[in-house]
Design a protein around this ligand. Structure first.
Ligand code: ASP
Length: 343
């Protein structure tokens, strides 16, 4: 008889486990037992589930690097004991958190599936049950030879499993809250749970899995808009101890060609601040040099973010800065896919 797969369910908070405070009418976090009690169906799944909960579950708006390390350390502690991991967080910052975890684990060989919900688990019309049950099924799915089907960090929401570091939250009220505009769903749940195997990341079980915890938070997102002033750009680039900038540009990576703008970026680069060009568009890629308005950016040495999401760029920047690599390697690493986050 084959052994049942063993899943670790990590609860950090989010709507999925929230209850209504009838005094204020606002949703607030609640403890995990509440969630478990509301899904007795979990017992019917063909796997064993152990749960670990944050002592004080959080709304994901309060997510930060310290909590990312907490999640990582739980996974690390149980890594050799469990076959798969399901992480419950609020959806608001799930794309950031799951992207970060994808960079923080090198040579992942087991599924780590993030999910949550738009309505609390106790709500009659909740989306939590389907999301949670299917996420667990995905984390325990095996090939004929008993190897895990998914060996990457995924995000499951409303019938679709995406590569986590490709996702963006695009809707605050529809159940279909996430999109992955530049990479197809890696699994879809209908009558059957269908894995798009050719799109899954391959893992190498002979390589050691490494858990990286040194993230550098001294970074900023600078989003361009028509008429952005010199004062604003200068103020941002002169933030003390700033190490990295995610520059959200227009279209395929375009920005104003005004002399002051290019000069400020160039001065920042000379001060060893890394600047990555990512597009404000949900889909598509930065193509430096395609227009005159990105040629200068290319010449002064901006890093090409290609089709990475802003969420993933934030995580990758914090991760690579933490690794303390030299300038040429930094650009080379940022412009290459490390966890399938760009192509
Ligand atoms: N505000 C909630 C959170 O992100 C929303 C959700 O769970 O979907 O924690």
């Amino acid at each position: 008889m084959t052994k049942k797969t063993e899943i670790l369910l990590i609860y950090t908070g989010g709507t999925i486990g929230m209850v209504k405070d009838y005094k204020s009418n606002a949703l607030k976090t609640f403890n995990f037992n509440h969630l478990y009690k509301n899904i007795p169906e979990l017992k019917q799944l063909d796997c064993t589930i152990e749960t670990v909960s944050f002592d004080e579950p959080i709304d994901s708006s309060n997510m930060n690097v310290k909590y990312w390390i907490d999640i990582l350390e739980i996974i690390e502690k149980y890594y050799n004991l469990k076959d798969g991991f399901v992480v419950l967080t609020g959806s608001d910052t799930m794309a950031y958190t799951s992207s970060a975890i994808s960079f923080m684990i090198e040579n992942l060989t087991k599924p780590v599936i993030f999910t949550g919900s738009q309505l609390p688990i106790g709500d009659l019309r909740t989306d939590a049950k389907e999301n949670l049950i299917t996420a667990i099924q995905i984390a325990s799915a095996r090939k004929n030879n008993d190897e895990a089907i998914v060996t990457e960090v995924g995000l499951y929401f409303e019938y679709k499993l995406y590569r986590a570091n490709r996702t963006t939250k695009i809707n605050a009220e529809q159940f279909e809250a996430f999109t992955s505009a530049n990479y197809p769903a890696i699994a879809e749940s209908g009558v059957h749970l269908k894995f798009n195997t050719s799109f899954l990341l391959k893992s190498d079980i002979n390589k050691k899995t490494l858990f990286r915890k040194k993230l550098n938070e001294n970074i900023v997102i600078l989003k361009l808009f028509p008429s952005i002033t010199k004062q604003v750009v200068q103020g941002i680039l002169e933030i003390p101890n700033l190490k990295g900038v995610i520059l959200e540009t227009y279209g395929s990576g375009n920005a104003p060609t005004e002399e002051w703008f290019i000069r400020l970026l160039q001065e920042a680069i000379h001060k060893k601040i890394y600047i990555v060009d990512v597009t404000q568009c949900v889909g598509g890629s930065v193509i430096l040099g395609q227009y005159e308005t990105s040629l200068q950016l290319q010449k002064i040495g901006l890093i090409n973010g290609k089709n990475i999401t802003t969420e993933s760029a934030i995580a990758k920047m914090m991760y690579l800065l933490g690794e303390n690599i030299d300038k040429t390697d930094f650009k080379k690493h940022f412009e290459s896919p490390l966890r399938g986050e760009m192509n």
